[in-house]
Design a protein around this ligand. Sequence first.
Ligand code: SAH
Ligand code: SF4
Length: 455
Amino acid sequence: MKPEQSANSYAIGEGKKYLLITFGCQMNEHDSEVICSVLESLGYSAVLTAEEADLIIINTCAVRQKPEDKVTSLLGKYYALKQENKELIIAVGGCMTQQEEAARYIRDRFHHVNIVFGTHALPRLPLLLEAAINYKGTIIDIDEDYTGREELTAAHSSTFKAWLPVIYGCNNFCSYCVVPHVRGRERSRHGEDILKEAKSLAARGYLELTLLGQNVNSYGQDLAGDYTFAGLLRDMNYVEGLKRIRFMTSHPKDLSPELIEAVRSGDSICEHFHLPVQSGSNRILKNMNRGYSREHYIKLVNMIKDSIPGVSITSDIIVGFPGESEEDFQATLDLLKTVRFDNAFSFIYSPRKNTTAAAMREQLSHGEKEERLQRLNEVQHAISSELNLQLEGSTVEVLVEGPSKNNIDMQTGRTRTNKLVHFPGSSDLTGKLVNINISEAKTWNLAGVLEGENS
Ligand code: SAH
Ligand code: SF4
């Protein structure tokens, strides 16, 4: 189905070029693929530099302050471009601009911005663009009406792997997090629609799908019936042609034994859980409103490891949450050593407007947070290296993603457990499943040699 458009907006991009810049998580990357599809249906074609573009769109992230600062700095740079080309349209969308204060700030501070739109406005993009061509002020659309969003298709940037959203929004209101404020309440897609899309992608040659949601484990709770995420995974496993099914993110409070069993028994379901713990201190977990204890988390991890041999578990950690004492931080370090994550993404706590944690009194200094981040990373890096070292000499299946950024004679891909592997090989292997014998383990990736093709 075509995005919402008036008779006039149909070809407004004919002969015009767009640049799309994306910040943030996988859901934002997926939204950007939807934006590309909308723009291309209007006739726009993609370019890689701002200087060539008739339309610049920035898809923003609001989870931490840093990506927001990058957006304002970019907008500052585009002022000169707009002076040179008055016809240039600049649009800013996504999680940052879904917040009313940020939307107004951009309108008032950056007069050269034509459109400010939120996370729900993608179906209205053609109308917004058409309006911006005729109106010189800033147009704001941060309406929470998402009618038509599900019917929009994505212009996938890869021909062999794709994102597949299964649930939008979040109901959890972790005290530090802006996501529920900018993405709205949980909305599960109907199982039949997801499976239909999966089958269509598989028929077009896609080998790997990543099922997306802020909390995939609460999938289905807002739908009639008792279809769960585990049930969806079991059905996905039978979609012909799909070799790898991934999912993220799993919230520890809703992770069920049924889900672990679905991963264990499903041949195409990858042996990887991204299971953000955030902190190892029960006091902090409670103040974060996470809904589980350290003990429950460790029990889950043990269940996963006992059921699924060779599974990898990754996590997200926040350091310097308000009131985090040295003892709380030690509890997090101790949890890392107990669980031994394959990898953990660590973040310095960043106060976000309208969240309860931002109003908590005991905010830590930036110096303290930085120092804890470094100590945490040292512990985690040693664990990641040790776990990777165990893979030396073994053969792993890799889906080749293309030439390595630094050396075109090297190919890069990922194991089923989501580890990055580099190996010497030609670029015609891109999109293929190959077997790689691991010769060298590093902290962040593995290096190996090609044993043969697998598909
Ligand atoms: N829905 C996912 C995560 C979404 S945000 C989940 O619940 O796990 C991705 C990660 O960003 C979070 O896991 C958390 O570690 C981090 N994050 C979120 N808000 C943050 C904040 N205010 N400051 C620092 N890190 C934050
Ligand atoms: Fe944010 Fe918590 Fe929802 Fe994840 S589960 S998006 S961290 S509120």
